[in-house]
Design a protein around this ligand. Structure first.
Ligand SMILES: *Cc1c(COP(=O)(O)O)cnc(C)c1O
Length: 515
């Protein structure tokens, strides 16, 4: 490459190259908040284009670090939807806090390993503190509160199931499932995140051990149905082990009746797990706390700061009120760590992962700067923008199909039904997303397809919500005018096809239990 002399140390680089890299990085970071709204919120890129860009990264010759950095920044700008875009109304991938971004950069710089307490006393104590603080916000008494930082909600849900089995069957960590006296069964509703059912697969119980509990007309789990099904299971020799109530389902944002489900669980000696991965942040709002009543009695809770708390990806938590259980489930001796006798607070002995980065720092710094007040204010604003979106869609002739106090809105156009409705909604989503000006999803809500928009991004303003409603109105006209509704949208417009499919999310898989 012209004018480029490889550094004598290709890893640390020389100070001239480093200075230039930090400058480009700092400029990119500083300009990003102003720039992201002009990048595509949800534009479509095909694999060929992405692979062409990848060819710029050549491993056969030493590369110019600044050039490589610029290629990467360009790819990150162009070749993906921008979750930080104020009109990215997408799953729950919010704009990250600036302190969170800085924390992740610092963590990469120092790169501590939190497998052991000695590996990072600051890291391990920070995460322990954060676990205690959030356990307290959910209502766990200090004496029993415990937990661990996870990579996200999926790891937390799996951790919950493993400790639930070990709680019921203390010999399980050594004897395995074959030592159990019968077949355990776990319960959730069709609205539960698929990682809940997959946890049963990973734990060796299999899909067959997952029982789907019917919902009420509100889309929430029916506690009466849970009582009936678990009683029948017990009478037929199965072991009702755990029920997962979801506090803010991924698709519709509904909150299962935790206290009622908890009462059924208590009477049936069933472990109560609450998956509050994204919705849990709402306990910081006093006006929404009552919707989570009973969560303080849950045996375990999944909570993902990397969703509505707006910290960068890879920061989840599993909380439990059984303080010795994580260690009883996960502890092993490590011959290469001769100083670690059992009973240490080492994270490797209390969770699934071994080497682990310092994910807690991004939450610590974000909270220390925004404070509880800052979060309360931001979350409340987003809840009210969600309500505003709901009202505006209603006024525009859309029908909102989900019921929740949280800012997730699922909506349809009642003029269409069945397969035509699905094509219409896919077409509207593809048109909105194809414009690059906003990103919405199509999800299953109440067993039917619906457009879905959530406001969990602190960058979103009233004008963004208004613009979304306008984009939807013109997309609706365009899709009807294009006349694809009697034929297959996918077959008639190849560009829409891929995007429409990639926006479709189905949380309504059916599950059944064998035996
Ligand atoms: C996102 C989500 C999960 C999965 O969490 P990850 O952090 O993506 O692993 C689990 N449960 C619910 C309710 C979710 O919304």
């Amino acid at each position: 490459m012209d004018g480029f002399t490889p550094s004598s140390d290709p890893f640390i680089l020389d100070s001239h190259a480093r200075g230039e890299l930090w400058r480009v990085l700092a400029e990119t970071a500083e300009g990003f908040a102003g720039e992201v709204g002009n990048l595509p919120a949800g534009a479509h890129v095909g694999p060929a284009e992405v692979r062409r860009v990848l060819e710029q990264f050549d491993f056969d010759e030493p590369g110019d670090p600044v050039q490589v950095l610029r290629h990467a920044i360009d790819a990150l700008r162009r070749l993906q939807p921008q979750v930080g875009h104020p009109r990215h109304f997408g799953m729950f991938d919010p704009a990250p806090t600036t302190m969170g971004v800085i924390a992740d950069a610092l963590v990469s710089l120092f790169n501590p390993c939190l497998a052991t307490w000695e590996g990072s006393p600051f890291g391990v104590e920070t995460e322990r503190h954060l676990v205690q603080v959030f356990a307290g916000r959910f209502g766990y008494p200090d004496e029993v509160a415990d937990g661990i930082v996870t990579s996200g909600g999926s790891e937390a849900n799996l951790t919950a199931l493993l400790i639930a089995i070990a709680h019921r069957f203390p010999e399980y960590p050594r004897s395995g499932l074959r030592g159990l006296p019968g077949q355990p069964v776990v319960y959730c509703s069709a609205g539960a995140h698929p990682s809940v059912a997959r946890a049963a697969r990973l734990a060796g119980l299999g899909d067959a051990a997952v029982r789907e509990v019917p919902m009420r007309t509100t889309g929430t789990m029916s506690a009466e149905a849970l009582a009936g099904i678990s009683r029948a299971d017990r009478e037929s020799g199965l072991i009702p082990l755990m029920v997962t109530a979801t506090a803010g389902t991924t698709g519709e944002g509904v909150i299962d009746p935790i206290a009622e489900i908890g009462e059924v669980a208590r009477r049936g000696d069933i472990w109560l797990h609450v998956d509050a991965a994204w919705g849990g942040a709402a306990v910081l709002l006093p006006e929404l706390r009552p919707a989570f009543a009973g969560i303080e009695r849950a045996d375990s809770i999944t909570f993902d700061p990397h969703k509505w708390m707006s910290v960068p990806m890879n920061c989840g938590m599993l909380l439990t009120r059984h303080p010795s259980l994580l260690r009883e489930t996960f502890d092993v001796t490590a011959p290469f760590l001769p100083n670690q006798e059992g009973g240490t607070p080492d994270p490797f002995a209390r969770g699934i992962r071994w080497s682990r980065g310092f994910a807690g720092l991004k939450l610590l710094l974000s909270l220390a700067v925004a404070g509880w007040d800052g979060y309360e204010h931001g979350l409340r604003r987003q809840v009210s923008l969600g309500n505003r979106l709901r009202d505006m869609l209603g006024a525009e002739g859309w029908s909102v199909v989900n019921e929740t106090p949280l800012p997730v809105v699922c909506f349809v156009d009642e003029r269409w039904e069945g397969e035509t409705e699905r094509r219409f909604l896919m077409g509207v989503a593809a048109t909105v997303n194809g414009s690059g000006a906003a990103k919405v999803f199509v999800a299953k809500a109440r067993g039917r397809h619906a457009l879905r928009a959530c406001v969990t991004n602190h960058m979103t303003k009233v004008a963004d919500v208004e613009m979304l409603v306008e984009l939807l109105a013109s997309a609706r006209r365009a899709v009807v005018a294009a006349g694809h509704l009697d034929t297959d949208v996918a077959a008639s417009s190849s560009d829409c096809e891929v995007d429409a499919c990639s926006t479709g999310v189905d949380f309504g898989t059916s599950r059944s239990v064998a035996g």
